[in-house]
Design a protein around this ligand. Structure first.
Ligand SMILES: [Zn+2]
Length: 1015
């Protein structure tokens, strides 16, 4: 009997019941049941001090440290306790974290008091440590926080007796929202201190001393011990998690385990707790819906309700079941689906009629965007800079001061070229050994193209960006021309992208990018190749390599490539630089040569591989290249990136998003949103309606079943990865609000891009309402007060604080890269026009000037919005066109329009566009007023947890200190604004003495959601 097979089967049986909720992708994103977004660094110490996490926070060893063979863990770190040997972890590792957990295996070789397992802090007066055998001053196992030279907090566990020469698992959890510090010995809590009134910023700065085995204060003994698998987490681990980490290690090493259910300290509510307006409900309507054979019906997320006591509640959110295929609609006829209303016993029904195939036409693209050079951001009517201008200038000015050689560093390194004098490499995800290097360069290309197009107001700035574009393209062009060509006449080379050999002296492909390990034989890489690493990662992905930091693993080769190709095309489009287009075409051909040979099954498995198969918007970029060049092979390349499983269910196109099946639950959000954008881009050129349906169905579901109030759609607690969609639709409270942050900022950037593009096809106001929400309340809110530093995840739990990074543009995560793009094109969706220039769309109310050159007309928009509820449009020039102005969904108190002072009788329903059709004259003035109102935006499955809005603006409670319970507020059910005081001109309000401000002006602790009672 095959024992290992039996074992695998048994494990599968154990976990299937727990797995039923989650459709997680394969990959190692979840280590010991904890998502990788919770991990800061991991040092296994099986031969070196490298960080195994994706963050490349490699430690350094000092003195006589050694890696010894071990019975239990094979190879481990050995510290001799000789007064000079220790490990130092990069000081920035713990900067700006909310909480911290440390877990490790240790085998003590001495019981000398004063030995410290670790000693972390900003200097010798402010630090914290674990002393397993006591300190000179105090006996017994303890953890201590020393603040400014004095004992701050301590966890004393005198009963813990630790033996030498045996492995013990030790963990420490510093849980800031819960104000506690706990220590765990062998998976069990061994001591806890509560009422800890301090934050990690009291302990750490941007440079810290993080020692393993060495005391920060001199005079104490060094550690004599063996250490294995030292881990740093940014989330407070629970006892269960600590115990599982230990258990799995004892079982024999790493395991990918799904968590059985979300478990942490998010407050729970009983099923009969009042849920906002639902408490006053007296009835809910049933609905009837038609659908076409094979297509799941789109059930209305909100239906009409009736309320008691004169309360005028909103339409009622209904939670419907969400099938995972289309088996309910494979026969004509009718059936009934039953929904539920959270916090009530109401069970509304949807009667669904399944009709034979109809020929429903999908829309053509009717609208176009204006060039970035056609729209200029202006000051507000008081002459004050708007948040838009503030953020734009933070980015433009810092970008202007960057050195392009930093962004070219890893490209030159990959091609074995000398670095020019003064060239410094970027850090973080573009450092030497990071397999994503070059991604920031792609964003940079887009950013300087957009900055060039947007800075017509300043010649010097514009020339700066023009030079940067030329220089970047020149270098990348030169490198790409070297690929696959001999270095001298008759020299060795391989020009065929499908025949790239192993690197010199290597017997396999690998992703080793270290100074000594990287291959630089560019003459063998096939014609047209360009990237900041050799071609191996692309090839390894085809051969099934997974995501990870080992040389046999990859990160996301096509994701990085998408950024580079998009950037090159952006430069081509704003400047006409033909070399930029040549580089993009060359690499497009390289990709086509390889992917066109692969069987469909291989492509399906590649694109469904977690992170490794993340390809950004390669499909979008290739469809765009087809349009720019009119060379249809690039459209074929685009379609090779179809995520067949998500788009179409399977190779037969049985269901998937094209048939309105939610096929993205539990998947990585930012891996998949750009793919949807690609589907829409392919539709634009192929006119194949199923691609349109993929995009449209996805958007509707993302907005209604996954969105937080700031407009973000990622942030799962189950599966346990903050970057994933929740495991079941419309369960944000049950499965969302992940620890350590939600709403990855680049995912919202991509949602806005998708939303804008969809609106060009279908002018549904709901789209631009969402755009406004995400733009004001996430994108504008993601930038630091005094620099272009910006957010990765935006935390939405009680008493959170935003963490900003990359102020000087030297080290980029995905979100830091994307932020370069967001803040250099803030003006791009204020106005659209239709293709024949007969209509203008005013989507957003932002002070700005539009040069509608095609019509020889300028439109000036003057406003203080959102610090005022009105705007004014002034026509300069003359001509006939439809002026369409968005009437936002939130404008429920009226929408008033005057032309040249004369009140217009117009139909302006909230959630529509109103149209003024006439021949416009020079100097015509249109005044618009749209009174703001307070309204609540509840979490769909726990409606008492809600955000407060005033018009379009998310108002958040300013919190004096960390907390882990929701702030309670009580509002008047008949008029929620009646007890809110404040000044609409500054958008500062108070409720029960607590200050509420716009999220985009909040830099300290905040609560985006409150526990709201209506009475
Ligand atoms: Zn990101």
């Amino acid at each position: 009997m095959n024992i290992s097979k039996f074992f695998v089967g048994a494990v599968f049986f154990l976990f299937t019941a727990q797995m039923s909720l989650v459709h997680a992708q394969s990959g190692n994103q979840i280590l010991d049941g904890i998502g990788e977004t919770g991990m800061i660094a991991r040092y296994i110490f099986d031969g070196d001090a490298k960080d195994w996490s994706r963050n490349n926070l490699h430690a350094r060893a000092y003195g006589e440290i050694d890696f010894k063979d071990d019975e239990q863990f094979k190879k481990v770190l050995s510290l001799p306790g000789d007064g000079k040997s220790y490990i130092s972890i990069p000081g920035e590792s713990v900067q700006s974290e909310e909480s911290i957990s440390i877990a490790t295996w240790v085998n003590f070789q001495s019981k000398e008091p004063g030995q410290l397992l670790f000693d972390f802090g900003k200097d010798n007066r402010t630090h914290f440590f674990v002393a397993p055998f006591g300190t000179k001053e105090q006996e017994g196992f303890q953890a201590q926080v020393i603040l400014d030279g004095k004992s701050g907090y301590e966890v004393l566990s005198p009963d813990v007796e630790i033996e030498t020469n045996q492995w013990v698992h030790l963990a420490l959890v510093f849980d800031v929202p819960s104000k506690s510090i706990s220590v765990f010995v062998n998976g069990q809590e061994a001591g806890k201190t509560e009422n800890v009134e301090m934050e990690l910023e009291d302990l750490f700065t941007h440079e810290n001393l993080l020692y393993l085995g060495k005391p920060i204060v001199s005079g104490n003994p060094y550690l004599k011990a063996k250490i294995y698998d030292f881990r740093l987490y940014r989330i407070p681990l629970s006892e269960k998690q600590v115990s599982r980490i230990r258990y799995i290690a004892l079982k024999g090493g790493d395991a990918v385990v799904r968590r059985e259910k979300p478990e942490d300290n998010l407050p729970k509510f009983s099923s009969d707790a009042p849920q906002l307006y639902n408490e006053f409900l007296t009835g809910v309507s049933d609905v009837e819906v038609e659908t076409e054979l094979g297509y799941l019906p789109r059930l209305p997320r909100h239906v009409k309700g009736t309320y008691r006591d004169g309360v005028k509640g909103p339409e009622v959110r209904v939670l419907w079941p969400s099938p995972i295929d289309n088996s309910e609609v494979t026969k004509a006829g009718s059936y009934v689906v039953t929904g539920r209303v959270p916090g009530t016993d109401f069970k509304p029904k949807a009667k669904i009629s399944v009709k034979a195939k109809q020929d429903v036409k999908t829309p053509d693209m009717k609208l176009e965007v204006f060039g970035l050079n056609q729209v200029r951001l202006d000051s507000d009517t008081d002459g004050q800079q708007t948040k838009f201008i503030e953020n734009r200038d933070k980015f433009i000015n810092t970008l202007a001061a960057t050195n392009p050689d930093s962004f070219l560093y890893m490209f030159r390194n990959a091609f074995g070229q000398e670095q020019p004098e003064g060239a410094e490499p970027l850090g973080v995800w573009d450092s030497q050994e990071t397999k994503l290097r070059g991604h920031a360069t792609g964003h940079y290309l887009t950013a300087i193209a957009q900055a060039y197009a947007s800075t017509g107001y300043d010649e010097e700035l514009q020339a700066n960006f023009a030079n940067k574009m030329d220089y970047m393209v020149e270098v990348l062009y030169k490198l790409s021309q070297m690929s696959g060509k001999p270095t001298k006449v008759g020299g060795e080379h391989e020009s065929d992208p499908t025949k790239v050999p192993h690197g010199p002296g290597k017997s396999t492909y690998d992703s080793d990018l270290s100074e000594n390990g990287i291959r630089t034989d560019y003459w063998n890489w096939g014609k047209g190749f360009i990237s900041a690493y050799p071609p191996d990662q692309f090839i390894m992905l085809e051969n099934g390599a997974s995501y990870g930091t080992q040389p046999t693993q990859v990160w996301a080769p096509y994701y990085t490539l998408h950024k580079i190709l998009a950037g090159l095309m952006d430069i081509y489009e704003v400047s006409g630089n033909k070399k930029a287009l040549e580089v993009a075409k060359g690499m497009g051909d390289w990709v086509y040569a390889r992917l066109s040979l692969l069987p469909t099954d291989t492509l399906i498995s590649m694109w469904n591989s977690y992170i490794a198969g993340e390809f950004g918007g390669m499909n979008e970029a290739m469809a765009r290249l087809d349009r720019i060049t009119d060379e249809p092979r690039y459209l074929k390349v685009a379609q090779l990136f179809d995520n067949i499983k998500m788009f179409f269910g399977d190779a037969e196109h049985s269901h998937g998003l094209a048939k309105n099946v939610d096929s993205f639950r539990g998947l990585h959000a930012n891996q998949h949103i750009p793919q949807i954008m690609g589907a829409l881009e392919i539709y634009r050129d192929s006119e194949s309606p199923e691609y349109y349906r993929v995009a449209e169905n996805f958007w509707y579901k993302a907005k209604h079943d996954y969105m937080y109030s700031i407009g973000g759609v990622a942030g799962a607690r189950n599966p346990t990865n903050a970057e994933c969609f929740i495991g079941q639709p419309a369960t944000l409270y049950e499965n969302g609000f992940s620890a350590g942050g939600q709403n990855e900022t680049c995912a919202t950037y991509n949602m806005l891009k998708l939303t804008k593009n969809l609106f060009l096809f279908d002018q549904r106001t709901e789209l631009m309402d969402y755009y406004e929400r995400g733009l004001y309340n996430h994108i504008l809110a993601s930038v630091a007060e005094d620099s272009p530093a910006n957010t990765y995840h935006v935390p939405l739990r009680p008493g959170s604080v935003k963490r900003f990074g990359n102020a000087d543009m030297t080290g980029f995560t995905c979100c830091n890269g994307t932020a370069l793009e967001s803040s250099t094109k803030l003006q791009n969706s204020i106005y659209f026009k239709n293709k024949d220039n007969s209509a203008l769309y005013v989507n957003l109310f932002v002070p700005s000037t539009l040069e509608w050159t095609e019509k020889n007309i300028a439109i000036e928009q003057k406003t203080d919005f959102p610090k005022a509820d009105n705007t004014q449009l002034i026509i300069k020039g003359e001509g006939k066109f439809d002026l369409n102005i968005r009437v936002p969904q939130w404008a429920t108190k009226g929408f008033y329009v005057k032309v040249n002072g004369k009140e217009q009788k117009i139909k302006a329903e909230p959630g529509s566009y109103m149209t003024l059709n006439r021949k416009w004259n020079n100097g015509d003035v249109i005044d618009v007023q749209m009174p703001f109102q307070f309204h609540l935006d509840p979490v769909m499955d726990q409606q008492n947890i809600a955000s407060l809005f005033y018009g379009p603006v998310l108002l958040v409670a300013q919190e004096p200190e960390p907390r882990n319970d929701w702030r309670k507020i009580t509002l008047n059910a008949k008029n929620i604004g009646s007890t809110i005081e404040g000044n609409p001109k500054t958008l500062e309000f108070t409720i029960d003495g607590v200050v509420f401000k716009p999220f985009y002006e909040t830099y300290g602790r905040h609560s985006v959601y409150m526990d709201v009672t209506l009475e």
